[in-house]
Ligand binder design. Structure first.
Ligand code: ARG
Length: 235
């Protein structure tokens, strides 16, 4: 490493999609959150250097990875078979289910997906929440295409809920809890999807994939994982 060339090869750029608290958000102009701290701790365990963070809309993350604008995705991204057709993932680092979020004390108070029949439902573009809307609501004939609103960012969808211009959002549970704590929205119900988040890498970057998985294990075995969890979740 004395000529420095090796260092550059080991520099990686991470991409994330803020607005997904407490995993990634911008506070006072600064990118912070569980994924930010975790990836930094994980990369510290490896021979790689985290050179930069890029903020990208969620549905632009995989294209950015493929065209090499970024080298790793840290965006509470669920490991799915669909995504594994184009990218690879580290071992999982967090588990989550989906929830339906509604206006606090509002008129629409569903207990299950069927109760969303005929309502306006929102989700973030490219997410597994959007997949639920497509597969369980639209494909099942419970809502029409036109009843689904796709948002670049969940924050925009939450604002519509607060205003009452949207009836419900399908969103990851830990994020729903965070929005429910800070805003005029509440969780109507949770349903098990058993999703697991992983860091996304290009399929050919086996070394990085393996290093990240080993780094996750090391961070989980040390006290660091619990410290980062405690910092960002009330656990
Ligand atoms: N876990 C969900 C998915 O993978 C949602 C992730 C959204 N992440 C974000 N940073 N906005 O589709």
């Amino acid at each position: 490493d004395d000529d420095g060339a090796g260092d550059d090869e080991n520099e990686i750029v991470a991409g994330t999609a803020p607005g997904f608290e407490p995993f990634e958000m911008v506070i006072d102009g600064e990118l912070v959150g569980f994924d930010i701290d975790l990836l930094e701790a994980v990369v510290d365990e490896t021979e790689y250097e985290l050179a930069d963070w890029q903020e990208i809309e969620f549905d632009g993350l995989i294209p950015s990875l493929e065209n090499e604008n970024i080298d790793v995705i840290a965006a509470a991204m669920t490991i799915t078979e669909d995504r594994q057709e184009t990218i690879a993932f580290s071992d999982p680092y967090y588990s989550a289910d989906q929830t339906v979020l509604v206006q606090e004390g509002g008129d629409v108070q569903p207990d299950e997906l069927e109760d969303l029949e005929g309502h306006n439902v929102g989700a973030q573009s490219g997410t597994t929440g959007e997949g639920i809307v497509e597969d369980e609501l639209i494909a099942e004939g419970l809502i029409d295409d036109g009843d689904y609103d796709s948002y670049d960012n969940y924050v925009l969808a939450v604002e519509e809920l607060e205003r009452g211009t949207l009836d419900a959002i399908v969103i990851d549970e830990p994020v729903a809890e965070s929005f429910a704590a800070d805003r005029d929205v509440e969780i109507a119900f949770t349903f098990e999807t058993g999703e697991e988040y992983g860091f996304g890498v290009r399929q050919e970057d086996d070394d990085l994939q393996q290093a990240l998985s080993e780094g996750i294990e090391a961070v989980q075995e040390s006290s660091e994982y619990d410290e980062i969890t405690q910092e960002w979740f009330d656990e």
